[in-house]
Design a protein around this ligand. Structure first.
Ligand SMILES: Cc1cc2nc3c(=O)[nH]c(=O)nc-3n(C[C@H](O)[C@H](O)[C@H](O)COP(=O)(O)O)c2cc1C
Length: 486
């Protein structure tokens, strides 16, 4: 199964499986598209291709990634679990034992990954049409006003490409862009993210920061923009690894930035650190609440390039679960082997939809010594974007953490709160509106594992109730025979 190389290939593959519906009736990008897409996102409904969007020059695609199966198709696998298996294979073969930092330094050097580095091409579909000056207008795109309290229309599924002005190393991040006018947007990169680090570097050097925003292209590249990759692992190389072939890239028309050649549209321009920040938001966010207005840089558009025939891929976030849950699920599954390289006792982990990624993480561990659950929480809080995890619940390895109600049941049975809850402190996601201070909050770790004598627990631990297997099997057969069970 080959990973799609463009949005049109992805749409063809979705249509072939009956996972996409074309809608030819005209729809309004202001609120109506959300009102149409949200109920389907919640109900596991299909991807939608709106062929006629009021006032727009192109069709709009939404909910392309909105199921586990569609996410797998986007990355060219039957099942998402195939990818961690590949990553694990890489590491077992070639990685020395060692620390997280060592691992991440070694990763991009691995032969298999190197073979997937991006491939530069001279001419590209995304530059069939080049617009500059007044003609480079956002009016070309059906940008959604998603929710009634939003400050305006927002581009919600972008690949924001920047390069470190000192090293030239590129980063790609998915950061929303609020349309301020036809040639200006907000640039909502949170301060912990790759794009914001490049912005600060440009500020120190007193230079403008070129920015290219790709819309569409290979779905693996769209996903990679949302993945919390360490700085040493470039998104384009990771996209190539996922696609099992190099990502084709082309130089932007107005800067040295490289952009996915197969993108539908590329917005080119710059962010100027010498300029005052501008108010961005509010925006109906993936926490299910509005993220409040705050100061962010402005992105000035100088050029737009696009395919002759192009579409506008987008999404809507809101009260979970929405489409973005499945992008996060891919990250959860793909990053398990990386976590296990540093924390071999971790058997599985899960970020349920209601935890909106950063509020709740369940972790199942093989516990061998006193205090190990606390060791795991502390390590996670020190690992990449896991630093944002507000609540971590650690349970024993025999608990299926993919089943959140069961994981809660096990953990709640096993805790004495005073003994088993650890409060810590650290950076908060910018979207945590309840934090004591912006981007700084307390964290709670819950040790829901069975307690050991070495942890001061000397009474017997009761067994979990389970029926004798043979008796249960026979009873199930009778229930089926009586038509009471399928
Ligand atoms: C649909 C969607 C929208 C997102 N919007 C933002 C955003 O506006 N700002 C932000 O900092 N992160 C946002 N994120 C999360 C980042 O994309 C994610 O943290 C990613 O790892 C950032 O890339 P980086 O690690 O290269 O900075 C969004 C994620 C998704 C799936």
């Amino acid at each position: 199964m080959e990973a799609p190389g463009s949005m049109s290939q992805f749409i063809e593959a979705l249509e072939g499986r009956g996972w996409l519906r074309r809608i030819s009736d005209e729809v309004d990008p202001c609120l109506e598209v959300t009102a149409l897409a949200e109920p389907l996102m919640k109900a596991g409904g299909p991807a939608l291709l709106f062929e006629r969007v009021k006032g727009a020059a192109c069709p709009l695609a939404i909910n392309l990634f909105g199921s586990r199966e569609r996410m797998a198709l986007a990355l060219g696998v039957e099942d998402l679990e195939k990818i961690p298996a590949r990553l694990r294979g890489l590491m077992e073969l070639e990685l020395p034992q060692g620390l997280w930092a060592k691992l991440l330094t070694v990763l991009p050097k691995l032969k298999e990954l190197r073979a997937f580095g991006p491939q530069r091409v001279k001419s590209a579909p995304c530059q069939e049409v080049v617009l500059s000056g007044e003609k480079a207008s956002l009016d070309l795109l059906p940008i959604l006003t998603c929710w009634p309290g939003d400050a305006g229309p927002f581009i919600t599924l972008p690949q924001v490409i920047t390069a470190d002005p000192q090293t030239g190393r590129q980063n790609v991040g998915m950061y929303r862009l609020q349309r301020f006018d036809a040639h200006t947007t907000g640039m909502h990169w949170h301060r912990h993210k790759g794009g914001a680090a490049h912005f600060r570097r440009a500020q120190e050097m007193g230079v403008k920061l070129p920015v290219a925003v790709a819309l569409g292209g290979p779905p693996a590249a769209v996903y990679a923009a949302s993945a919390p990759l360490p700085e040493v692992l470039e998104e384009f190389m990771f996209s190539g690894f996922l696609m099992r072939r190099p990502l084709e890239v082309v130089q932007a028309v107005s800067s040295e930035l490289l952009v996915p050649a197969a993108a539908e549209v590329v917005l080119e321009g710059y962010v100027d650190p010498a300029e005052p920040l501008r108010i961005e938001g509010p925006f109906g966010d993936h926490t299910g609440y509005y993220s409040l207005a705050d100061d962010f840089p402005a992105f000035h558009l100088t050029h737009i390039t696009h395919r002759r025939k192009f579409l506008y891929p987008t999404t809507v976030v809101g009260v979970p679960p929405m489409e973005d849950y499945y992008l996060g699920l891919a990250t959860e599954r793909l990053f398990l082997p990386l976590l296990q390289a540093v924390l071999p006792e971790v058997k599985d982990y899960h970020m349920p939809a209601e935890g909106v990624f950063h509020n709740l993480v369940f972790v199942a561990i093989k516990k061998d010594y006193p205090g190990q659950a606390f060791k795991v929480m502390n390590a996670l809080w020190g690992t990449g974007q896991m630093m944002f995890a507000k609540v971590i619940v650690v349970v024993d390895q025999d608990v299926d953490v993919q089943d959140a109600p069961r994981a809660w049941w096990e953990a709640l049975n096993h805790i004495d709160p005073q003994r088993d809850v650890l409060f810590s402190k650290g950076p908060a996601d910018e979207l945590d509106h309840a934090a004591q201070q912006p981007v700084l909050h307390s964290k709670m770790g819950i040790d829901g594992t069975r307690k050991l004598p070495g942890e001061g627990f000397t009474r017997p631990w009761p067994p979990r109730i389970e029926m004798t297997p043979a008796v249960q099997e026979a009873a199930l057969e009778r229930l089926r025979a009586w038509g009471l069970l399928k």
